[in-house]
Design a protein around this ligand. Sequence first.
Ligand SMILES: Nc1ncnc2c1ncn2[C@@H]1O[C@H](COP(=O)(O)OP(=O)(O)O)[C@@H](O)[C@H]1O
Ligand SMILES: [Mg+2]
Length: 150
Amino acid sequence: MDTHISHSPEETFELGKAWGKVLPSGTLLGLSGDLGAGKTELVKGIALGLGSDARVHSPTFALLNEYHGGRLPLVHLDLYRLQSRGDVIQAGLEDYLRAPPGVTVAEWIERWFGAENPSLETAPSNLYRHVRFEVLNEFDRRIDYEDFGT
Ligand SMILES: Nc1ncnc2c1ncn2[C@@H]1O[C@H](COP(=O)(O)OP(=O)(O)O)[C@@H](O)[C@H]1O
Ligand SMILES: [Mg+2]
């Protein structure tokens, strides 16, 4: 597991940008952490790193946004309003989590995993990066991340 302490929204954005430049096709990033932790800020950076000039906004009311024009498509899911894995399946989002196209990022990934071990979930051909945000104070965030799969 790696840890990045971010001291500003810009620093979180830059971390996402660096990831967006190099993540392979078929990557799922699962983000967890409180509202306002910086999950969407990270996704904005990922979009720019992929080379998309789209303006990322929170999909909380849309469940899913897709951004094109970059090196790979970016699929941005926000599972906040769903309660459980059953809800995720009902909403038609299961395929995005099991066989992520391009770079797929899911905020509130715990809605999907529940108490299960994230390492068991994605296909072996895919990369799964589990990312946990912790709010330390107004501007400091602890970002722990761990890769599973190739
Ligand atoms: N180090 C930091 N990283 C990310 N966001 C930060 C940081 N410090 C303060 N913020 C603020 O916290 C909020 C994060 O919002 P957002 O990314 O939408 O959170 P989430 O998607 O986790 O609910 C923004 O208002 C941002 O300016
Ligand atoms: Mg968000």
